[in-house]
Design a protein around this ligand. Sequence first.
Ligand SMILES: Cc1cc2nc3c(=O)[nH]c(=O)nc-3n(C[C@H](O)[C@H](O)[C@H](O)COP(=O)(O)O)c2cc1C
Ligand SMILES: Nc1ccn([C@@H]2O[C@H](COP(=O)(O)OP(=O)(O)O)[C@@H](O)[C@H]2O)c(=O)n1
Length: 272
Amino acid sequence: MMNIDKKNVIDSYSKMSYFMWNENILIVLMSDRNENSSNYVPDERFVGEKEWFFLLWISYHKMQNNGTISTPDLCKILPISQQTISRRILELEEKKLIIRNFEGRGGELELTTEGYAQLNNIYEQLKIISLKASNETTYCGTLLSGMGEGAHYIKHPQYLEQFYKKIGFFPYFGTLNLKLSPTMDNLLQNYINNYPTIIIDGFVGESRTYGEVKCVKVQMWPRNNVHNQVSGALLKIQRTSHKSHILEFISEQYLRDFFKIEDGSKICFKFI
Ligand SMILES: Cc1cc2nc3c(=O)[nH]c(=O)nc-3n(C[C@H](O)[C@H](O)[C@H](O)COP(=O)(O)O)c2cc1C
Ligand SMILES: Nc1ccn([C@@H]2O[C@H](COP(=O)(O)OP(=O)(O)O)[C@@H](O)[C@H]2O)c(=O)n1
């Protein structure tokens, strides 16, 4: 799970609600904000953190378990005491978020429509949080050598001219490759898929086709020297032979010298 403390989440929501209005978020926010005040009256529909995790676990393990899950199944899967699991199941039943179906094997747990709707609320909120996080966070990856092909593409006049016109500099002839953890890459893809990017158009040249490249401007620095910052761009190359979590960057500088780095060095970047 994402490691975000409650205050930050709430602060982010209050800022975000201006541009991403969503009725469901308002309900959760109001419940949270009033929690400590003397006239706080709990909203019956409010799904607390323990409940929603259970809804998530039940529905997820149900899918993994050929579409059926019972309380004893959950007790085997979850590292939680049987008493706690039984208590949560009762609470969810009382709130009509799940039902127990006594046909078939007996005691199969089912989410009600309201249960799924509550999970969907959380999903909507998580989407907004990760969208914002994908924009604001600092990513760090590990430098690695590639196939020595980046330079060939960067120096092609039809790419070069577009880099200058659209990004504002003539890049060093090559791409700096950083390997990201797959989890961090998932967050980053959220940015690429949802925020505007600069498009370097593909073209046909010398009897072959060159693909489109999406670019995002970044600020980069070696992890051990945050003051040594350089601007550059992350490239999302349509026809790349690299896996998604191997990122390619361009910069005006030859970064291996500028940052004094070698394969294995940690490099960080932020979108600007
Ligand atoms: C600007 C740019 C455009 C590219 N366009 C193509 C392309 O059209 N077709 C293709 O097979 N590879 C294309 N590539 C990707 C390279 O084949 C390769 O995946 C990558 O650049 C290798 O980089 P490396 O030598 O740093 O590992 C392009 C690379 C860059 C930098
Ligand atoms: N702005 C840049 C671009 C590439 N480079 C490096 O320049 C070399 C040539 O880039 P390349 O893309 O042709 O080669 P590889 O990344 O495949 O090794 C590589 O060692 C890159 O790491 C750099 O230091 N700074």
